[in-house]
Design a protein around this ligand. Structure first.
Ligand SMILES: [Fe+2]
Length: 548
């Protein structure tokens, strides 16, 4: 059975392909089009499809559009309610309905050979739920919680998977939406809504939640599995900020208050879900599940022993979720989720050809992992391009920018390289076997950077570049079995420096999607003060100033 999943309507258009129960490929359109998030999530852009990603998925799976058994579209227009019935103000929202209804015809025109009758609409939150519950390492048995901005009429799903079958226990109807609440605050604080929510989370660490009591009057769990989250006037709490203005303590306090109330509601929803299901395993998805601070609260203070978050937890993940959902419905045995490296990859000869085309000097060290460890130990900044690119917003050792964690100034240096705000933290990657020595308070294994941990006191001085202002770090644990090259680099770096940690941030510059192709990597290397580009087995070095 060959199933192509499409996410197109709201955020982060993406495509995924599942054949014979195996996740073969998945990627966001932005990695191909080079436009961050693929498009703006406005009604006028709802018709746009992830054409490039979808065509690549077919090529990667070695099939043609006419060979597909099904195509999923992660929004069901028959379930939609108009915004005026939902208490939302969105005068152009009917365009989404128009475009979603016509999506099968649009898809058939952009994927020649596709029979439009094979397109199936999958309820938005069911696709999110499947992206978590059917990909989690729980064998198809777990509780599932989805929280995002909005779907057809809901912003949430609480349910249970049993042998891969989903029972929906509760769905919160709009206008109540924790995702829209966070988006509104993001805009009020002068950041780009539906894009920069993680900046608000980072800013929260600088503030005090002094508005928590006032927010609790409007944002609270209702005890039936749902919640109230609407009607907040942010100007009551802090003045609106424009993108050019500096942020103040008032803005940080607003962010801290919002973050605190979100965590409280999330914990209450988790408790209710556990009481209903009895499950100790929780899978999470939806844009709110990218809030790694809230995820850690759920893990640390909630009733679950295992919390798993899909790496593409936002709408991008619904391409995979829709495909997995239909595969499961069709009785296909599902093969375990292979990891986030589901995007494009290049062979060594292809990489070498790209270097020769660019006519840049390069060499092939005996071991690229060792060469990178030596460069990092000498305080160089390394662009690391290895294997297939990541599905989801985090760089996980395939398209990463790396540096020495022991120098506090490297935080500013990396933020300067990337052209981003100085309050943004950078994160550590650590061998899974060493993680518990340095980091506590979150899951010991965290391969997708979706939880934050407390940095052990004894280590804070030793790895200052990766310690956030509140003493935490958003870690990526590296398992040598799954990531042998990254693990070897980390081991070698520890031999050289005594530090089992390397700074890891995404390989891109501000406002641009992550590097995906060799050309993207060379363009990024050419325009930023990176000392070494490690691309496959090859090393491209920045010539010392005197040799240029
Ligand atoms: Fe969503």
């Amino acid at each position: 059975m060959r199933i192509l999943g499409i996410n197109a309507l709201y955020h982060d258009p993406s495509a995924a392909i599942v054949t014979d129960g195996a996740t073969v490929a998945a990627a966001e359109e932005e990695r191909f089009s080079r436009r961050k998030h693929g498009k703006r999530p406005v009604p006028f852009a709802a018709w746009e499809l992830p054409e490039l990603a979808a065509r690549w998925c077919l090529r990667e799976a070695g099939i043609r559009a006419e060979d597909l058994d099904a195509v999923t579209y992660s929004f069901d227009p028959l379930l939609r309610l108009p915004p005026e019935q939902l208490g939302l103000s969105d005068p152009w929202d009917h365009l989404r309905q128009e475009y979603a209804i016509r999506a099968p015809a649009f898809l058939a025109s952009s994927l020649p050979g596709l029979d439009p009758a094979k397109v199936r609409f999958v309820q938005h939150h069911v696709a999110h739920a499947a992206s978590a519950g059917l990909a989690a390492p729980f064998g198809g048995d777990c509780a599932v919680l989805v929280l995002d901005g909005r779907g057809e009429r809901h912003s949430h799903l609480a349910g249970r998977f049993t042998d891969g079958k989903l029972d929906i226990l509760h769905s919160q109807q709009l206008p109540h939406s924790l995702g829209l609440l966070y988006e509104d605050a993001t805009q009020h604080l002068g950041f780009l809504r539906s894009s920069d929510e993680f900046k608000v989370m980072a800013l929260a660490s600088y503030g005090r939640p002094r508005h928590l009591d006032r927010l609790r009057e409007l944002v609270y769990a209702t005890g039936d599995g749902g919640f109230h989250a609407a009607g907040v006037d942010w100007t009551d709490l802090a003045p609106a900020r424009s993108a050019e203005q500096p942020w103040t303590a008032e803005h940080a306090d607003l962010a801290a208050s919002l973050q605190a109330v979100l965590e409280e509601v999330l914990l209450a929803l988790g408790q209710w879900l556990h009481e209903q299901t009895g499950s100790r395993k929780l899978a999470m998805a939806g844009g709110v599940a990218l809030n790694c601070v809230a995820n850690t609260r759920m893990f640390a203070d909630g009733p679950f022993t295992d919390v798993w978050v899909q790496p593409a937890a936002g709408d991008a993940g619904t391409a995979l979720g829709g495909a997995l959902h239909v595969a499961q419905e069709l009785g296909e045995p599902l093969i375990p989720f292979p990891g986030a490296d589901l995007g494009r990859g290049w062979t060594d000869p292809e990489l070498e050809a790209a270097l020769q085309t660019a006519r840049v000097p390069y060499d092939r060290p005996a071991d690229i992992a060792e060469a990178v460890a030596a460069e990092l130990a000498a305080d160089g900044v390394v662009a690391w391009f290895q294997g297939r690119s990541e599905y989801g917003p985090r760089a996980l050792g395939h398209r990463s920018l790396m540096a020495h964690p022991g120098r506090e100034s490297n935080l500013q240096r990396l933020n300067d390289v990337k052209g981003r705000e100085q309050f943004r933290p950078v994160a550590p990657m650590v061998l899974a076997s060493r993680s518990a020595d340095l980091f506590t308070g979150g899951p010991a294994i965290s391969p997708y950077m979706l939880f934050v941990h407390d940095v052990a006191q004894a280590w804070r001085e030793r790895i200052p570049a990766v310690v956030h202002v509140d003493g935490t770090a958003r870690i990526q644990t590296v398992d040598p079995a799954g990531e042998p090259l990254v693990a070897r680099m980390l081991q070698r770096f520890e031999q050289l420096t005594g530090l089992p940690v390397v700074v890891n941030t995404s390989l891109n510059t501000a406002g641009r999607p992550m590097v995906d192709s060799p050309r993207d990597a060379l363009e990024c290397f050419g325009s930023t003060p990176v000392d070494l580009l490690a691309i496959g087995p090859f090393a491209v070095r920045r010539a010392p100033a005197g040799e240029r």
